[in-house]
Design a protein around this ligand. Structure first.
Ligand code: FES
Length: 247
């Protein structure tokens, strides 16, 4: 298999060194079928063991290997080197605090995920011996797309509102809330509304759509947020016109 020499410019940062982040270059002899993660792993294995980054599955499933690749938020295990130029700039995911090298702090993201109560709140209590909650294919189709999120946070790095407002609940968490709101077995929509319909929720989204463009699994969080805006607006008018319904 043919080899190609690629230069990786990686933004390095060591909080213990007291120096600001700085780029360091590495020459990598790459195979034709390598992805960016393979090249970063080559640096770690062969050139510089101090490089820190996250990855696990190498198959676009775990969501842990997201980085900025030539300025674009990308899953590094899904970005083929053959589609990239000979000089590639690698940085930690934008809009997150950096802990070290390419490792970001995701505590805020985890808090946002938890805040939307991303779990089924059943319409009816059923004992295990009563069997499964049945659902028709049409009912499943309503929310299935929004179950495909792998929490890679690429959408947060692409979102201009996330860059401006660190409190914005953000695309992935809101899409996940929508996934449960649309589930025919769930009754938690009102409980999620405090966060979803707050100023830091759906109304902070300016519908640029960058989140959906970069999503590696085509979840389309921008569509989820706009659908929730419509549902939330209808809730508001229904509460005004028919207040007895919400009692
Ligand atoms: S390593 Fe799991 S998504 Fe890339």
């Amino acid at each position: 298999m043919s080899e190609r020499l690629v230069e990786l410019e990686i933004l390095r940062y060591d909080p213990d060194a007291g120096a600001p982040p700085a780029f360091r270059s590495y020459q990598i002899p790459c195979q034709e079928d390598w992805v960016v993660l393979d090249a970063v792993n080559y640096v770690k294995d062969e050139l510089d063991r101090t490089l820190s980054f996250r990855w696990s599955c190498h198959m676009a499933v775990c969501g842990s290997c997201a980085m900025m690749v030539n300025g674009e938020p990308t899953l590094s295990c899904k970005a083929f080197l053959r589609d990239l130029p000979d000089r590639i700039r690698i940085e930690p995911l934008a809009n997150f605090p950096v802990e070290r090298d390419l490792v970001t702090n995701i505590d805020g993201f985890m808090r946002k995920l938890a805040s939307v109560k991303p779990f089924l709140q059943p319409r009816e209590e059923r004992a295990p011996e009563d069997g499964e909650h049945h659902q028709t294919p049409v009912q499943l189709r309503r929310f299935k797309q929004f179950t495909l999120c792998i929490n890679c946070m690429v959408c947060y790095a692409a979102c201009p509102q996330c860059a401006l407002n660190e409190d914005f609940v953000g695309p992935a968490a809101l899409a996940l809330a929508h996934r449960y709101n649309l589930d025919s077995r769930d009754l938690g929509r009102a409980a999620r509304a405090d966060v979803v319909a707050s100023n830091q929720g759906i109304w902070e989204c300016s519908f640029v759509g960058a989140c959906s463009e970069v999503c590696p699994h085509h979840v389309d969080p921008a569509a989820a947020i706009q659908q929730m805006k419509i549902a939330s607006t209808m809730d508001y008018f229904m509460a005004m016109l028919m207040p007895w319904r919400s009692k």
